[in-house]
Write a protein that binds this ligand. Sequence first.
Ligand SMILES: Cc1ncc(COP(=O)(O)O)c(C=O)c1O
Length: 405
Amino acid sequence: MTYLASRMSSVGASPTAAISDTLRRLAAEGKSVINLGEGELDFATPDHVCEAGIAAIRGGQTKYTAVSGTPALKEAIARKFARENDMAVPVSQIIAGAGAKQLIFNAFLATLDAGDEVLVPAPYWVSYPDMVSLAGGTPIIVPTGAETGWKLTPQALAGALGPRTKWVILNSPNNPTGAVYTAAEIQALGDVLADHTALIMADDIYEHMVHEVPFTAPATALPDLAERILTVNGVSKGYSMTGWRLGYATGPAWLISAMDILQSQNTSNPSTVSQAAAIAALDGDMSFVDGWRDSLRARRDRLVKAIGAIPGLATDVPPGAFYVFADCTGLIGTRRPDGTRIASDVDVAEYLVSDVHVGTVPGTAFGTPGYLRLAYAIDDVLLSEAIDRITAAVAKLEPASLVSS
Ligand SMILES: Cc1ncc(COP(=O)(O)O)c(C=O)c1O
């Protein structure tokens, strides 16, 4: 008798699990660990947002709400889409959930049958392929490269679309590369998609974390395809509210309704307190984000410059999100001071954890071996310290050219 359902065999063990375990063990031993692996900002949730959450608790907003969120929240979300994305969205086509993650998962669960394919451009957010598999679909990984700025090209899209393609994922700004699609680039992809029936999953969660390239929502750039686009967003990244678990989505009425039914049978409404806080976030003054962006850009530039000076590492300047996706192939083939050969990006990440207690995520986790993702949304002092430690650790590696095989 096997107790675990067969669907569990479709979810792979995370390539980052060993690194996370080591980080936790080192921290428990009292070692000074610096984690550049986390996908969240170090900034506090803004005060006015926290106050709205506290007022909601004190005012008795502690009970169930409609599954898809309160009318007040959905109206605030509709105002946000109108104001920031030039999207006119009826409240009936909006759903709020426990994070963008839940909404993406429910969208797949609501639509995928065995044999249905989802195009996942790589590097991808780690959860997409597993979510597709858990929902019974087949993830089709479409590689992108540094030479196209880590962006899906119309040619690659056209080559990957097939009769069973049900979804195409567009994640801009991208986790892990920081790539941001321009309006023209989205329109060029839209031209290809216009001849197909696939749905488009627009994961806009890093919308506010852009520097050189302005953010364009796929739904804004492709109004003719609006009936096939699910726009997913949330307050996690833009307002530093990862722990509040509040995401939202808009799309065709039939899909939002199906996601509502699924949500009604698992979590019901997202936290009532978080909904009240999200209204304050969405309706409130956003000028604080300019300060966050300035600070993030300064950290990014420092990290990019430092990586450029470390032999064996290289990176372009990522225009969005808060990650640097650094090429570490120059370190593959080197040897650690203990003589162990570094054979992969996973080994590089493991070496940095064990030698200098700095956590990064290997590109393998995002479907793109040979890279490391370094999140720079951490305190300036810690970032400087992490840079010093990585520089020192790499300097101790015996270069590949000196290594006898
Ligand atoms: C690309 C991407 N989409 C979605 C999410 C999940 O966001 P949320 O906290 O709203 O569930 C993340 C979180 O890291 C992400 O990187």
